[in-house]
Write a protein that binds this ligand. Sequence first.
Ligand code: SF4
Ligand code: SF4
Length: 225
Amino acid sequence: MTLKEIHERIREIGCLTFTTLDGGTPHSRIAHVCGCDERGLYFLNMSVKPFYRQLKANGKVALCGIFPSGRPTGKNPVGQPAFEPGYTLRITGEAEEVPLAEIEAGAAAGDATFRYVLEDHARYPDIRLFRLHRGKGEIYDYDFEMERRDHKLLRTRFSFGGETHEEPGCRITDACVACGACAEICTFKAVVPGEPYRIDGARCDECGSCILACPEGAIEPPRTI
Ligand code: SF4
Ligand code: SF4
């Protein structure tokens, strides 16, 4: 996925949670991504805030959001909370402060985001702009009741700014004897028969049921994104 495509999803969601570290303690708040270009995603901060100090200390930030709402619409036929189809988006990465001179130069060149930031800076002089310049993440597209397609998940991972990422899902090793127990227990239709069997990571929820069911211990747990 490109940064522009990621930003389109972010705009659809609206505001996201932003989590930063204060020492070893995570802190979250809701904030807005105000722009995007080929160098990253932009968001505003104020230098008096702990949010600012935490970012200046280590630059680490994680974003997360959901579309449409995470509110259950009722119960599904087996009594679990039901959700209309949608997706979650998450990104973990590093952010840097954008110098005022760069903002002014960008605004003078006609950049809409930088122009907006300068206007806000005139109203609130403590405003600071940050660029999430390096990161990796995932769109977790769900349709748990299979209303619009014949499987529950479609996961897409991405990275930018020189970052790399692991693909989602558990993995089947050569220890597989093709007994089929994993395919039988997987409600996500993520297991592909063969010798050995294979897991389609884009469909895998990493629920772990197949790992517990495999008689050969042939299934590896997922890796961190
Ligand atoms: S349960 Fe284990 S051994 Fe059986 S098909 Fe799946 S991975 Fe292979
Ligand atoms: S971890 Fe869950 S979703 Fe993924 S293949 Fe195994 S049973 Fe299916």
